[in-house]
Design a protein around this ligand. Structure first.
Ligand code: GLU
Length: 451
């Protein structure tokens, strides 16, 4: 198991002590601190002025009550969160997650990851994250609207295009962003387009934002494959999830000649040996908001459904795995199975989907492993491009935006690759991403003094 350098171990212990009961946050911090030993060995000045301790402590944490009325007239109570983690690079930036599993530890881990991810994009955005334990599943449009309005009625005072710019994440898509933006506009009496990203195309949204996370992960994973002299063409690929990230990963991988044979949702996974029919998947997931089992029923021959709890999607043999569902969905056991089945590359579309044991298993087996904070940065990078368009009251074409995204992903890949080499860990994209992201945030923090 990788160790934390002696000089950094007390920082980790303090994080665990002060953030009790938040295992995902501990996991995210631990992984970064394991990488930073190599930095402080070369540059002990980074240990000064509690720079690393300050990065591990959110600048501000907001927790609030969200009351709303359901369709039966009953009052419901949820809890809202926004963790404004680090603004050294720019306004806080990161999505909102609406899911029953949300708690302060989950939002902190996501916000912490977002600091490094956003720094890697090379664009001027700080790190933040928010959300609620609200469960949108089975809720009517009216209920979703009333929830979003109540959530924004509290949060709006903490936002602003120069302050904090939320977007979507699990459970928050174009519909929710629309309701949130409408309420922000009403409360502030300002048309401040740059306060939220992931907006609809009719009111300041960017073309290619919907596709950006999945496309970006495909570019990143393709760049990793190319360092080994290969590509997606003819590869068998498994993409977990079936939300926005998964759907556009499948689309891009198929355009490069890869064959995606499986995807999933919380009810289970489907396998289609003929390659996933994207139109059918989009119809089920984007239009009907249905369950993944419907795919196998409608597709018929060559396709089957495995219920959740009766098997793991990672049992499906593939050359490339792209986990795009949620944190810790791919365990050490899954990783061993993937390695035994000959996987050569893993690109994380979700945030922290592989457990530390899984990452170790991949790296020891020589599998190219792209961590989420680098591989899935295309979503937030395109959010920053949306902010640019809003600030200049402009609108770019799909091609223009996608071309910028492709360049950004190539640059992220190259900077992770080169940083890993510079710090004596060639081919280790985890170390590369953590160190490259850290240095970009640490330098402005130092320039600002102790704040
Ligand atoms: N939720 C996405 C992420 O994890 C996007 C955030 C954004 O666009 O601000 O990076």
């Amino acid at each position: 198991m990788p160790q934390i350098d002696d000089k950094l171990a007390p920082i980790y212990e303090e994080v665990v002590r002060r953030n009790a009961g938040e295992p995902e946050f501990h996991q995210a911090v631990r992984e970064v601190l394991e990488s930073l030993g190599r930095v402080v060995a070369k540059r002990p000045d980074y240990l000064e002025d509690a720079l690393i301790e300050r990065i591990c402590e959110p600048e501000r944490q907001i927790i609030f009550r969200v009351p709303w009325t359901d369709d039966k007239g009953r009052v419901q109570i949820n809890r809202g969160f926004r963790v404004q983690f680090n603004s050294a690079m720019g306004p806080y930036k990161g999505g909102l997650r609406f899911h029953p599993s949300v708690n302060v530890g989950i939002i902190k881990f996501l916000g912490f990851e977002q600091i490094f991810k956003n720094a890697l994009t090379g664009l001027p955005i700080g790190g933040g994250k928010g959300g609620s334990d609200f469960d949108p599943k089975g809720r009517s449009d009216g209920e979703i609207m009333r929830f979003c309005q109540s959530f924004m009625t509290e949060l709006y005072r903490h936002l602003g295009e120069y302050t904090d710019v939320p977007a979507g994440d699990i459970g928050v898509g174009a519909r929710e962003i629309g309701y949130l933006f409408g309420q922000y506009k009403r409360l502030t009496n300002r048309y401040e387009a740059g306060v939220l990203t992931g907006k609809g195309l009719f009111y300041g949204g960017s073309l290619a934002r919907t596709e950006a996370t999945g496309y970006g992960n495909t570019y990143f994973t393709r760049a990793m494959l190319q360092t080994g002299g290969t590509d997606f063409d003819g590869k068998r690929v498994v993409v977990s999830g079936s939300g926005n990230v998964a759907i556009y990963t499948i689309e891009k991988v198929e355009s490069y000649g890869g064959k995606v044979v499986a995807c999933s949702d919380s009810s289970g996974y489907i396998v289609d040996e003929n390659g996933i029919d994207l139109d059918l998947l989009k119809e089920i997931k984007e239009v009907r908001r249905g369950r993944i089992g419907e795919y196998a029923r409608l597709k018929g021959e060559g396709a089957y459904f495995v219920k959740s709890g009766e098997g793991s999607i990672w049992d499906v043999a593939c050359d490339v795995a792209m986990p795009s569902a949620t944190q810790n969905e791919l365990t050490g056991k899954d990783a061993k199975k993937l390695v035994a089945n000959g996987v050569i590359a893993v690109g994380e579309g979700a945030n922290m989907p592989s457990t530390p044991e899984a990452i170790r298993t991949f790296q020891q087996a020589g599998v190219k492993f792209g961590p989420g904070k680098a591989a899935n940065a295309g979503g937030v990078a395109t959010s920053a491009l949306e902010m640019q368009q809003n600030a200049s009251r402009d609108r770019w074409t799909f091609e223009q935006t996608e071309a910028r995204l492709a360049t950004i992903m190539r640059d992220i890949h190259d900077s992770c690759y080169e940083t890993a080499e510079e710090f004596g860990a060639p081919g280790d994209y985890v170390i590369g991403a953590n160190i490259a992201g850290f240095i970009r945030v640490a330098e402005p923090m130092r320039a600002f003094g102790v704040i």
